[in-house]
Design a protein around this ligand. Sequence first.
Ligand SMILES: NC(=O)c1ccc[n+]([C@@H]2O[C@H](COP(=O)([O-])OP(=O)(O)OC[C@H]3O[C@@H](n4cnc5c(N)ncnc54)[C@H](O)[C@@H]3O)[C@@H](O)[C@H]2O)c1
Ligand SMILES: [Zn+2]
Length: 405
Amino acid sequence: MARFTLPRDLYHGKGALEALKTFEGKRAVICVGGGSMKKFGFLDRAIAYLKEAGMEVSLIEGIEPDPSVETVMRGAAEMQKFQPDWIIAMGGGSPIDAAKAMWIKYEYPDVTFEDMCKVFGLPKLRTKAHFCAISSTSGTATEVTAFSIITDYQKGIKYPIADFEITPDVAIVDPDLAETMPKKLVAHTGMDAMTHSIEAYVSTAHCDYTDPLALHAIKMIQQDLVDSYNGDMQKRDSMHNAQCLAGMAFSNALLGIVHSMAHKTGAAFADYGAHIIHGAANAMYLPKVIAFNAKNPEAAARYAEIADFMQLGGKSVEEKVRLLIDCLRGMNDALNIPHCIAHYGADSYPTESGFVPEKVFLERLPEIAKNALLDACTGSNPRQPSQEEMEKLLKCCYYDTEVDF
Ligand SMILES: NC(=O)c1ccc[n+]([C@@H]2O[C@H](COP(=O)([O-])OP(=O)(O)OC[C@H]3O[C@@H](n4cnc5c(N)ncnc54)[C@H](O)[C@@H]3O)[C@@H](O)[C@H]2O)c1
Ligand SMILES: [Zn+2]
């Protein structure tokens, strides 16, 4: 038996934020990030709508990008005091993911972070609060997914929490919120969404319910992302839907090792002054992983189907896979994303000499590869790499060399 779970309600289209007016409850806590929602007036609007619905409103502000375990625990303690019956998470993937984990701790104060990370092992939520997610970036689709990514900075590792219990009750997909994104965020989150849809389509857990969502998302992202990056606001709006469709697909079909590698490299070099931003990591690793997975004939056939759906041409399966890889690399160029870690600057732009020194990368490689293999996303990848293969693959992602194994 397989399960397909999505939020009960999804409000979409310009102005959909107004749906908050219709919510029923006594106390709502709004969780936001560093200030973009406040700056652009969306936070004030959300507060006003909830008050109009007769609710008392409290705020948890300042949730940092790539939120930490400590932030989760702090927020849960605030929820414990305020006792909300609605948790409204608003912003990018970071504040929404942090709010999901706070929700678990709020409902079950004795649960530890380790407990939360047991895949599909959460107790029943919604005994205290319901959850609404309002996304302001067009990538993670956490407003519809069963995942939350929290970083343990002591270990330098991102841990996915995965359980349909944390699939939000309500998602609000209002493109107005995405229109204020700076270009770099458009590029990174957009390629994150492309990776979600491609990994979902070739995942071992894909099914008839997830395939059409993944394919349609891929086509929309192919058509809209670069124009959105270059300032076309209609395409920006369309990307907000595309990333959400991708999320519906991968929340149910799961992901693959592009994400395993991104999770385990993202914060691994934080002591060198920067992160490898999630979407940029995916954008760099995706073409390499496609080449690796395509050694499995079934996966190769699925990539060829994607290439056909994108109308990339090509006669043989091999040629179609090659054209898909070329197309994705071309998108990276158009979006100013480097092709490999060696050329990944501290500002995320391509540079001659990236912020991760070769020597440090090679020293940490065995540990990163081991952690990537253990990541929750590895199990549904169409080809299972060995430790040696994962190390080789990560090296290709460092140096931008051909994957021939
Ligand atoms: N839960 C999931 O299913 C899932 C999937 C993929 C990634 N993730 C995680 O999500 C996180 C990344 O989320 P993200 O890419 O959405 O970015 P983010 O939430 O980390 O935000 C990045 C920056 O953009 C700003 N910002 C957000 N929206 C804005 C807007 N509309 N206008 C202007 N500025 C805005 C934020 O203030 C922040 O400084 C990572 O931790 C990643 O691992 C989660
Ligand atoms: Zn992702």
